[in-house]
Design a protein around this ligand. Sequence first.
Ligand code: AMP
Length: 443
Amino acid sequence: MTETVAPDNRSFAELGVPARLVATLAAAGVEKPFPIQAATLPDSLAGKDVLGRGRTGSGKTYAFVLPVLARLAASGTKRRPNHPRALILAPTRELATQIQASITPLADTLGLRSMTIFGGVGHGPQISGLRKGADIVVACPGRLEDHVQAGHAKLGAVEITVLDEADHMADLGFLPAVRRILEATPDTAQRLLFSATLDAGVGVLVRRFMTDPVTHSVDSARSPVSQMTHHVLHVQPDTRLPVLVDLTAAPGRSLVFTRTKYGAKSLTKKLIAQGVPAVELHGNLSQGARTRNLEAFSDGSARTLVATDIAARGIHVDGVTLVIHADPPIEHKAYLHRSGRTARAGAEGTVVTLMTDEQVRDVRDLTRKAGIAPKVTKLGADHPLLAELAPGDRTYVAPPVKQEPAKQTAASPKKPARGGASAPGRRPARRGRRRRSSGQQAA
Ligand code: AMP
């Protein structure tokens, strides 16, 4: 195995990317390769097995999407019903959807077909998509295995496989499924593996399935991107919510992490009740709700997304200026992955961790292991630091009225209106930089 760090100034064309793909990339504003792309493309385009190790937001997606497309176009094998020619495995539906979005315009240029396969949505369209013939399948392991077992997906014609966020797949317990899927692909297939870290579980996959892989570590897995600033806010239990409300009511997108699905749901409700348009993302939601909420966050109708680790891993929304760990994560890797949602692709970002008295020790361990030295400040909801961390006027929106008042009083007289959630006039007592907007709706 060779380990390389390659500061490379070559263009996509000089690295070997086919001209039609270069033109499509340029049309999307992607002109100069990012380091992980410059480092891996010569090997991956040459058909070698590659281990790409790069931080979140480093441009990993094009680093594997481009060789997949270029190799399929060059091999010229015809697509056949139920026989995908390339497999890209991703841990979450959101990530699979985002990978597919990067692939589509490029695949169209080459006349290749790509489709997604994941759980939480109907089997029917996936089965007919496979039957029609797909060159590339972007899949989460569980549902793909269902289709393999039912005979709808046959993996004997796979020419190239990608594992994206392999460490996360390991964390989620997908390794047995990933192993079975890889075993069903030909030994001769090219394999690319991308991961922020190459820990134990990933190492097993590498040894079993990769042939003489070239490792490219473009950035230390320990160090978060340089434009990120890290703060720990030491709060009291009763100031935690007002501090969160103040930070998320500022302009710009914020991503708030909680430890549990219940925590995400409950915090979302509280933020909405306080006038912050927020949406939730966690494993208890239907696929439809996850997609809707993520869209609301992407299109700006909700500027705050409250998520659990698993749901948020790998999602990519541009312009997240603030990541808030409302509950500090247990693990330093989770801290880095959560924080990696901001300051993507060279942008700037602020990371805030809320810490209560009992969490002081855990947070100290966490930040040490993550290799960061945050500024710790003890504060309440009207501390001037909050305006520095999340600058700009705070905007509060009337929470949506959930039920028809007439029905509610007639049919369920015992049920009082819930604490502030349907009282548009009620506002948190905040300092005076508040602007009201009633046009926005919490999605
Ligand atoms: P990723 O780490 O693959 O999720 O990419 C992070 C962001 O960087 C995405 O918005 C990509 O579209 C963008 N990106 C990736 N490569 C490049 C590039 N070479 N030039 C400009 N933007 C890029």
